[in-house]
Write a protein that binds this ligand. Structure first.
Ligand code: HEM
Length: 172
């Protein structure tokens, strides 16, 4: 009995076994705990809705007001086909400055597309005059043009119509 009492006294006299807590496993567990708390409580960025594309406003252009949409200095690139103005900015590589079809940027491209030609005379010379009626073109050329129109309709947005100077205010 005396032995038991002695042992108890010995055990009671021992310093608290705080060192026993400092094991690698405990460090790991505390680390995991701290990390979990951090992930759980860290401030979350406010929820934002994705930005909308700028609204497309259907506009009326004349050959002259269409002209600045030629992609120069980052401007949008528009071109007209049979009175419909397409935003071809997505095809900037084709129509932007230095592109193979840059001649059509900001212009009525109908005749050039119909005839498969980049010649200057394919473009409306008098920007304040009447639009090109294409009346002299043959069936083959018109078919080619319709093919291009279909392609553009699938690929690009129509952002307006092309009218001659003086008809801007008339009903759409
Ligand atoms: C040497 C002859 C030509 C070659 C090698 C050529 C080559 C090409 C190529 C590789 C494309 C890209 C197709 C794609 O990835 O969608 C393309 C598109 C186009 N080409 Fe040509 N082309 C030629 C002549 C012409 C001519 C004569 C015209 C009309 C005047 C023309 C007008 C266009 C147009 C409008 C596009 C469509 C661009 C778009 O999708 O917005 N090309 N051409």
């Amino acid at each position: 009995m005396e032995y038991v009492e002695n042992r108890m006294a010995q055990e009671a006299a021992k310093p608290a076994a705080s060192g026993a807590l400092l094991t690698p496993l405990n460090f790991l567990l505390v680390g995991v705990l701290v990390y979990t708390a951090y992930v759980f409580y860290k401030p979350k960025p406010p929820v934002t809705l994705p930005k909308d594309e700028p609204a497309v406003v259907f506009r009326t252009f004349t050959p002259r007001t269409l002209l600045p949409y030629n992609g120069v200095d980052g401007a949008p690139v528009y071109l007209a086909v049979r009175g419909r103005v397409f935003d071809v900015s997505r095809g900037r590589n084709f129509y932007g400055p230095g592109g193979p079809y840059a001649n059509f940027a900001g212009r009525d491209a109908s005749r050039g597309l119909a005839c498969g030609s980049f010649d200057e005379e394919m473009l409306t010379k008098d920007l304040d005059g009447p639009l090109d009626t294409l009346a002299d073109l043959g069936a083959e050329e018109m078919d080619a043009l319709k093919g291009w129109e279909e392609r553009f309709s699938e690929k690009y947005l129509v952002v307006g119509k092309l009218v001659p100077v003086g008809e801007e205010k008339e009903k759409a």
